[in-house]
Write a protein that binds this ligand. Structure first.
Ligand code: FAD
Length: 416
């Protein structure tokens, strides 16, 4: 079986290896001058390649979860780890998040590249596939056209294969090579595309206060409200930027926020900067502090509770200045007003960050158009894998897990 794999990212590399291991003659096409550019960026250069806590709720959209449930039965995180161990990679887990033992994404890529080379897979870099078609002259073969070349010039070449595995990625971080061109190839072959949307990204906010608190990083419990309904809660390190909010808890619900904004719903993230203090104990805590502290100003009263820059902003929003005189129990209402903001600060959201700053892409080919082995229901010789499919995971190794899972499943199936 002669197989073309188009796209040398996580999905395409694992598909090539699985197909070669099952006896296929594989050619891997990559438009860049090298494979796996995005892989090097993953997990801040450490590559969080899967997660021991794995279930369908880690994946979106809701309509794809039944499909994902079936796939995870044959490729759990244990199978993922043993795929890498068989290639020679030792892994380690940190609270369930799995990384290469040396925490270097470059090792994951090197091991995959070695596996490609040692299996005799033909690697054609600087080959951008611009067309895929059944070849009219020979019904068994399918032709793909590649634009090849470098600064010295370009040319177009045509190649023929029995099967094609398309792994050109989504639209995020296009400098790594994934710019959404795979959607056009798929549309040309009769597939539909759920409109792509940035996911696992920062959220942009309304309000002129961001510059004053830009750079703040602090622990918080965040609640996402869509049309004033609490739809999700996440805890972790919040990062405030000069345009909005970022950090892993924000990434985790950026997908739901993006979807809500697309539907023209109102979106708000409410931060609790003192999550260790239960809401019902807030007044008692404030009263005991009023009683215990012998301070002269509001600045002194709130010192040390939360990040200083944030505290200044919250005092300002409460109509107070840090140097204003503090008059003990007589200022109780003003103190409670500040505490209410500390435990419920609203960030009104008006957009997600762009594809260029999003870790993954929501949308793509609906799972209704593919079979369990990631073959197309429309064109039997075509397989569609990785971020091209309308499956996106949460932060924590879930997107790479899907890339390996779909790649290995499709590679094995296409080879026989
Ligand atoms: C900064 C960052 C950090 C991340 N960290 C993590 C993490 O720690 N854990 C995790 O699970 N996920 C992480 N992700 C997400 C994860 O990296 C992606 O979901 C995954 O790499 C997608 O794999 P893919 O093979 O489908 O696509 P890609 O990795 O995007 O690969 C597609 C490849 O196809 C090539 N290509 C495109 N069009 C053509 C064409 N026409 N012809 C030939 N080649 C083509 C591209 O050049 C590219 O090499 C991160 C993403 C980013 C951006």
């Amino acid at each position: 079986m002669r197989i073309a794999v188009i796209g040398g990212g996580a999905a395409g590399l694992s598909a090539s290896i699985a197909a070669a291991d099952n006896g296929a003659e594989v050619t891997l096409f990559e438009r860049n001058d090298r494979v796996g550019k995005k892989l090097l960026l993953t997990g801040n250069g450490r590559c969080n390649l899967t997660n021991l806590s794995m279930d369908t709720t880690c994946y979106y959209p809701f309509e794809s979860r039944d499909f994902v449930r079936e796939e995870l039965k044959s490729f759990s995180s244990v199978e993922c780890i043993s795929f890498f161990e068989n290639l020679g990679l030792i892994t380690k887990d940190k609270n369930g998040y799995v990384y290469p033992h040396n925490e270097q994404a470059s090792s994951v890529l090197d091991i995959l590249r070695n596996a490609v080379s040692n299996r005799g897979i033909e690697l054609k870099t600087q080959h951008e596939i611009i067309d895929i078609k059944p070849d009219c002259g020979n019904k068994r073969l399918f032709g793909i056209s590649a634009k090849t070349g470098n600064e010295n010039g370009e040319e177009e070449k045509r190649y023929y294969f029995d099967r094609v595995i398309l792994a050109t990625g989504g639209m995020s971080y296009k400098k790594t090579g994934s710019d959404g061109n795979g959607y056009q190839l798929l549309k040309g072959l009769g597939h539909s595309i759920v409109k792509p949307m940035p996911a696992l990204c920062a959220l942009k906010g309304e309000g002129g206060f961001y510059k004053a608190v830009s750079g703040v990083r602090c622990e918080a419990e965040l609640s996402l409200f869509v049309n004033d309904q609490n739809v999700c809660r996440e805890s972790g390190e919040l990062q405030i930027t000069d345009y909005g909010i970022s950090g892993i808890p924000v990434f985790q619900f950026s997908r739901l926020a993006g979807e809500a904004l697309k539907d023209k719903s109102t979106v708000k993230v409410t931060a609790d900067f003192l999550p260790g203090l239960p809401a019902e104990d807030m007044e008692a805590f404030a009263d005991s502090r009023i009683k215990a502290l012998r301070v002269k100003s509001f600045g002194e009263f709130f010192e040390g509770l939360i990040n200083k820059k944030l505290m200044l902003l919250i005092l300002k929003k409460s109509g107070l200045k840090p140097e204003m005189a503090f008059e003990g129990a007589r200022d109780r209402e003003r103190v409670l007003k500040v505490f209410r903001l500390i435990k419920g600060f609203d960030f009104v959201i008006n957009s997600t960050n762009s594809f260029d700053n999003a870790q993954t892409t929501a949308g793509g080919v609906p799972v209704a158009e593919i079979n369990a082995d990631y073959s197309s229901k429309i064109i039997s010789w075509l397989y569609i894998i990785g971020e091209l499919v309308d499956i996106d995971g949460k932060c924590g190794g879930y997107n790479l897990h899907h890339a390996w899972m779909s790649g290995i499943r499709a590679g094995k199936s296409a080879a026989v």
